[in-house]
Structure formats: structure tokens, C-alpha cells
Design a protein around this ligand. Structure first.
Ligand code: FES
Length: 116
């Protein structure tokens, strides 16, 4: 077993489950890009923390396991995201480690590009 690999599932609002493989050190945005996942509008600013289109909602237990809390920058952007929840993060700011293997995140219904 390759321990540099983790599994991540994106659950879309229409019920689609996009299961993908990622490398430790990838961000969730990298996972979407590298696997060419078809999530409309996701990651518009390419990880420069200026769009909030990479908003994902985590399960509470996964949210707690994340090594880093959101930065002020990330928090400001999240405030502009639609459907914000207590376990929301920006996908481009979640860096995968082995602990996140099996992570499942929800992609909210409406994606808001904060760049206007
Ligand atoms: Fe734009 Fe994450 S990709 S904030």
C-alpha cells in the first residue's frame, strides 16, 4: 500500500459522489484539478484565496481533525460563501495528510465567486 495516497470523496448537491485519489500534500483544489473532477465553478481563483468557489463543508469529526485552523484571509473569504456552515472551509486551504484519508466533503449547492 502506498502511504502517500489518500482517498477523498466530493459529494455534490445533485447526489453525485466523486471519489478520487490524492497525494499527501495536495490541497483539495489540487485534487479537483488533478483528477479533472467536474465541479462547475470550483476553484476559480486557483487557490489565491480571492474567490470562495472552493467552499466545502466537512463532517464535524473531520473538521476537528484538520491540523490548521482557517487563517483570517480564509475566514474573510468564507464569509462571502453561500451556505456557510460551522464546518465550512476553503478547499484550496485544506492540505491533505495521512490523517485525512477517507475524507468526505460536501460541495454546497450555490457557488459564489466573490470576485463579483
Ligand atoms: Fe479561490 Fe480557494 S480557489 S479561494
Amino acid at each position: 500500500l502506498d502511504d502517500q495516497k489518500v482517498k477523498v470523496t466530493f459529494v455534490l448537491n445533485d447526489g453525485r459522489r466523486l471519489e478520487s485519489e490524492a497525494k499527501v500534500g495536495d490541497s483539495l483544489l489540487d485534487v479537483v484539478v488533478n483528477n479533472e473532477l467536474n465541479i462547475k465553478g470550483f476553484g476559480a481563483c486557483e487557490g489565491t484565496v480571492t474567490c470562495s468557489t472552493c467552499h466545502v463543508i466537512l463532517k464535524p469529526e473531520d473538521f476537528k481533525k484538520l491540523p490548521e485552523e482557517a487563517s483570517d484571509e480564509e475566514r474573510d473569504m468564507l464569509d462571502l460563501a453561500f451556505g456557510l456552515s460551522e464546518t465550512s472551509r476553503l478547499g484550496c486551504q485544506i492540505i491533505l495528510s495521512k490523517e485525512q484519508d477517507g475524507l468526505e466533503v460536501r460541495v454546497p449547492e450555490t457557488i459564489n465567486d466573490a470576485r463579483g
